[in-house]
Structure formats: C-alpha cells, structure tokens
Design a protein around this ligand. Structure first.
Ligand SMILES: *Cc1c(COP(=O)(O)O)cnc(C)c1O
Length: 224
C-alpha cells in the first residue's frame, strides 16, 4: 500500500486546485492507516458513509481532521456524530434536519448541512426531489432551526457509462442550486457548496460547477 494513497491524492489534488474545487477523500471500508497516509501528506478532509465506522475512525485519528458524513443517516444515530462532524451531505428530510439541530444544540454547535437532492434515474438513491427541497425550505419549522446551517446541495448521478446523461443530471442540479441562490438563499453567502462528483464522474461534475467532489476508490483503491 506504500505511497499509493499519497500519489493518487497528489495527482487528483493537482487537478482540483486548478479548478478551485475541494476534495473530500472518501475512506469508507479502508483502514485508519490509509487515512493517516493521506493526512501525513497534508490532506485533512475525509468522508465516511456509515456512522459506526465514522465514529470509530474519528476516535483513533488526529483531532484536526475535517469529517464529512456522506451516507444515509438515521435520526437516532445523529447524536453519535454531533459532537465532531463538520459537514453532513446527506440531509434528506425535515425530520432528520430537526434531529441534527437538536443534537447540535446539545453540543453547543452549528452543523453544516447539505440537502441531498435526487437527480439519478435509479430507484435506489436517497434524496429529496426539487419540489420537496423547495417546500422544506419554505416551512416555518425549518426557519426555526438555528443550530444547523444549509451550506449547499449534494447529488449523485446515475451509475452509467452514458456521460451525456451524467452531465444532464449534474446540470439540472446546478440550475436548481443557482435558482435557490437567487431566491431562498439570496442573502446567505454561506450557501455556496455544490457537492457532486465521485471517482467515475468528477471531471464532468467539475465542468458542470461542482465545488466539492467526494472521491474514494480513485484515491484508496477499489473496495471489496
Ligand atoms: C462511496 C461514496 C463516494 C465515493 O465513491 P467512489 O466511486 O469510490 O469515488 C462518494 N459519495 C458517496 C455518498 C459515497 O457513498
């Protein structure tokens, strides 16, 4: 495993720096030693998709890592990550947002959240439709939450070789993001992140306006 992580990391970071895009290194299923290898090269932003694994790794690793939760999150597990999580990309209901707000408040924190928007053709992906996201943002219940900050949107394109389709899906998300930026978030400069792009499609995502890419296998190698 020696240096593989840091080599691929440098290569990707080079691409991204030029585009001004932030890299979330998705370390799910990979050992703490692989994360440390990236950390020692100076990369401190990592993401996981399962609460249990995230908590275990966080406890074993340096405190100055910025942790991103990118996988589906159950309301009853929010309390486990609320003390330390920096960004939650997978907010897909008002119920979850309220749970995050409550746990953030208990920890005297404000947690950065992205609304996960459903843009793929697959029936298996989580997320809100554009309409659902719109209505959520208009509720008085949402407006009463002060320990969460909506900093942007996240979306996953269909898993396909059809790059036109991937581009179309990312494009639709960017349009929706821009529209929200001109309406609900007009006076909110902290709404500025568009989390889209993974190992297979991050270049298209960047061309379509992504500000954060979530890359796993391209850095850490294939998962079993
Ligand atoms: C696993 C995962 C990624 C990274 O996937 P790769 O194809 O390995 O880059 C990105 N986002 C989410 C939500 C994931 O679960």
């Amino acid at each position: 495993m020696v240096d593989i992580v840091s080599e691929s990391l440098s290569r990707i970071l080079n691409d991204l720096d030029q585009a001004g895009v932030k890299l979330i290194a998705i370390s799910k299923t990979k050992p703490v030693s692989a994360i440390l290898e990236g950390y020692e090269k100076g990369h401190k932003v990592f993401g996981e998709n399962r609460v249990q694994e995230l908590v275990q790794k966080q406890q074993q690793l340096p405190d100055d890592i910025e942790w991103h939760m990118v996988g589906h999150l159950q309301t009853n597990k929010v309390k486990l990550i609320a003390p330390f999580i920096n960004y939650i990309h997978s907010v897909d209901s008002l119920k979850l947002l309220k749970a995050i707000n409550q746990e953030a408040s208990k920890n005297d924190r404000i947690i950065n959240c992205l609304l996960q928007i459903y843009i793929a053709e697959e029936a298996t992906k989580y997320g809100l439709s554009f309409e659902e996201a719109n209505s959520l943002l208009l509720t008085s219940e949402f407006k009463a939450l002060h320990n969460i900050k909506i900093v942007g949107l996240m979306g996953m394109a269909t898993f396909t070789d059809n790059s036109d389709q991937i581009r179309r899906e990312f494009h639709a998300l960017k349009e929706f993001y821009d529209k929200l930026g001109q309406t609900e978030f007009k006076d909110n400069p902290e709404f500025k992140e568009l989390s889209m792009g993974m190992s297979g499609d991050y270049k298209i995502a960047i061309e379509e306006g992504s500000t954060m890419v979530r890359i796993g296998s391209l850095i850490f190698g294939e998962r079993n």
